[in-house]
Design a protein around this ligand. Structure first.
Ligand SMILES: Cc1ncc(COP(=O)(O)O)c(C=O)c1O
Length: 305
């Protein structure tokens, strides 16, 4: 077994082991990036394993393929059951990350991907803790711009799209930062390689709109709702690089990153250079929601056991 990855996986409708789930070298997705994926977290709260926003992840999972006429041969119910049953089969009683994906299989060198292309679907999982240091990280603005709808749709969570993220990440690590921030083609703030971004200024939150080439993140949506519950104004608005430097607080949101404070950008302090009060408040509220400790949002949580 690969270190960390749970023994059982789901592949084309069946449960099998990681060792047995193999694909041929002629798989189209390996050559052309024709794969679609989701990242889902499940949280162990010492009583149950709670999968966060499972139905919404499955909805985005299906929609991502629609841009490319790549169809999932399973209903939402089948996929939801598969995620739940995979957790049960692996008898996971720890917080973990679940990775469902589907991809074009053997289709030669044919770029005319259509409904006739063979599609395979799979999922695996592994125990997972923090992605980033929750006390705050540094970020650098990448010279690689976020791709836009003018070339490939940023709303599709496609394997091939992440080459852009990889270039930005390589650059930021080379320059000694923890994470990259990408600007859109107009030069406004877009997002991080695998996270959305928020700024806080004078008690008001802003996050780039989808027209700034940001992915429609589910954590972003959750944070907007939680911030509004606290009475904060949240605006989806273009954010200039300058506005971001002068924000009181900046934080990232994502399934893997959850809410991660950014305390420095391009070696400049953001606000006090420490996690801001509103960021802290949202981090704690988010943790309550994912741990199924906030009744208002219990419909966002699917308990496994
Ligand atoms: C490019 C990109 N932006 C934003 C996000 C955050 O989305 P979510 O909160 O749904 O995980 C992700 C992660 O899925 C991502 O890959």
């Amino acid at each position: 077994m690969k270190p960390g990855i749970s023994k059982f996986v789901w592949f084309d409708g069946k449960y099998t082991t990681l060792e047995k789930a193999k694909v041929p070298i002629t798989t189209h997705a390996i050559h052309y990036g024709t794969s679609i994926f989701e990242g889902i977290r499940a949280y162990w709260n010492s009583e149950n394993l709670n999968i966060f926003r499972l139905e919404d992840h499955i909805k985005r999972f299906r929609n991502s393929g629609r841009f490319y006429s790549i169809s999932l041969g399973y209903t939402d119910e089948e996929l939801i059951d598969a995620v739940i049953n995979l957790c049960k089969k692996n008898n996971i009683k720890k917080s973990c990350y679940i990775r469902p994906f589907y991809f074009v299989g053997e289709y030669g060198i044919n770029l005319h991907v259509n409904e006739n292309a063979p599609v395979h679907a799979a999922m695996f999982m592994f125990p997972f803790g923090d992605l980033f240091n929750k006390n705050g990280i540094s970020a650098g603005i990448s010279s690689w711009r976020k791709f836009s709808d003018a070339s490939t749709p940023p709303l599709a969570k496609m394997g091939g799209n992440y080459l852009n993220s990889i270039l930005a990440t390589q650059e930021c690590k080379r320059n000694g930062y923890d994470e990259a921030i990408m600007l859109d083609l107009k030069g406004n703030v877009s997002e991080a390689p695998g996270e959305n971004i928020f700024t806080v200024k004078d008690g008001k939150l802003m996050t780039p709109p989808l027209s700034s080439s940001a992915l429609e993140g589910l954590t972003r949506d959750s944070v907007i709702k939680l911030a509004e519950d606290f009475g904060y104004q949240v605006k989806e608005s273009e954010i200039t690089r300058g506005q971001m430097y002068l924000a009181d607080e900046v934080f990232l949101t994502g399934t893997a990153a959850e809410i991660t404070p950014i305390t420095h950008i391009d070696n400049k302090k953001i606000g006090t250079g420490k996690t801001g009060k509103i960021t802290q408040q949202l981090m704690s509220a988010y943790l309550d929601v994912v741990m199924n400790k906030n009744e208002k949002y219990s419909s966002w949580v699917t308990s496994v056991y």
